[in-house]
Write a protein of this length. Structure first.
Length: 337
């Protein structure tokens, strides 16, 4: 009876140990699942933050480009208005000069006609000479007025051609700037697409690493659990004989059964192996860290490219300002002349 009780106690202890091992394994699996969920949540948050940051940068840069284009268009409109006003003033001045020349020519013709009438009537020779001199002076004045009108018209035509050439050159520069802005926008879009592709690749790689790690854990558990059960069954089968031998050797003492001790040792070893399997491999952690460093480097390179683009835009704005200053100086020189 005593041996049967002790055998039952040993079996109960072994069953309790097996239950504890199973509970520990379940807890470890739950911890692994929680860790995976936390890692996935953290990775998802990082992706959302990166996407928000990229969208904000793109929106801010696009807004700046729109403002710059609007300012350039306003400046162009102002320049065109100023040029139109100058052309109107020059046309008015040319018309006034032409009218004065016509009036001078008409006066000269009138004087010549009067002189001719005086000669026909038969006035004195002195009066005829004076009339002839007046007619010659009137003719010279008319010729000078016509020459001045022609010179003014040629100068006005030359100024118009020069202004048209400047407008054409300025329009060509504006087209080049617009093309450069379009290229910059295309480069930014390509960079954003590359970032999205890199993020997707990282997600796929991390998901594959997690699935591979999970599969290894499941395989390890599938190997460890039958081995632990077999060792526990062998210990349970040998336990009565070991207890009988020890009870016969030492009647007064009741030491712990050797099978129970062996089972406890095996349980501790299995728990240690399960704990080691639950922890992610060092290679996985190193690969994740290396990928993060590469992503940081790529982000820095993209920021440098954006800074270079901003510097190019600033240079373009400076060129536009210099061109405007040159045009203003030329207009002032024309007004002075």
């Amino acid at each position: 009876m005593t041996e049967a009780r002790e055998g039952n106690q040993q079996q109960q202890q072994q069953q309790q140990q097996q239950q504890q091992q199973q509970q520990q394994q379940q807890q470890q699996q739950q911890q692994q699942q929680q860790q995976q969920q936390q890692q996935q949540r953290h990775h998802h948050q990082q992706q959302q933050q990166q996407q928000q940051h990229q969208q904000q940068q793109h929106h801010h840069h696009h807004h700046q480009q729109q403002q710059q284009q609007q300012k350039q268009q306003q400046q162009q409109q102002q320049q065109q208005q100023q040029q139109q006003q100058q052309q109107q003033q020059q046309q008015q001045a040319a018309a006034a000069t032409a009218s004065e020349a016509a009036a001078t020519a008409a006066a000269a013709k009138t004087t010549a006609a009067v002189a001719a009438e005086i000669v026909v009537v038969g006035v004195t020779v002195g009066a005829a000479a004076a009339a002839a001199a007046a007619a010659a002076a009137a003719t010279a004045a008319a010729t000078a007025a016509a020459t001045a009108a022609a010179t003014t018209a040629q100068s006005h035509h030359h100024q118009q051609q020069h202004q048209q050439q400047q407008q054409h050159h300025h329009h060509h520069q504006q087209q080049q700037q617009h093309q450069q802005q379009q290229r910059q926008q295309q480069q930014q879009q390509q960079q954003q697409q590359q970032q999205q592709q890199q993020q997707q690749q990282q997600q796929q790689q991390q998901q594959g690493v997690y699935e591979h790690w999970r599969l290894l854990q499941q395989q390890q558990l599938a190997v460890d659990m039958p081995a632990a059960a077999a060792s526990a069954a062998a210990a349970a089968a040998e336990a009565p004989d070991a207890a009988t031998a020890k009870r016969a050797a030492v009647a007064l003492t009741k030491p712990a059964p050797a099978a129970a001790t062996a089972a406890a040792t095996g349980a501790a070893a299995a728990a240690a192996e399960a704990t080691a399997a639950a922890e992610p491999p060092a290679a996985v952690a190193a690969a994740a860290q290396q990928k993060q460093q590469q992503q940081n480097q790529q982000n820095q390179q993209q920021q440098q490219q954006q800074q270079q683009q901003q510097q190019q835009q600033q240079r373009q704005q400076q060129q536009v300002q210099q061109q405007q200053q040159q045009q203003q100086q030329q207009q002032q020189q024309q007004q002075q002349h």
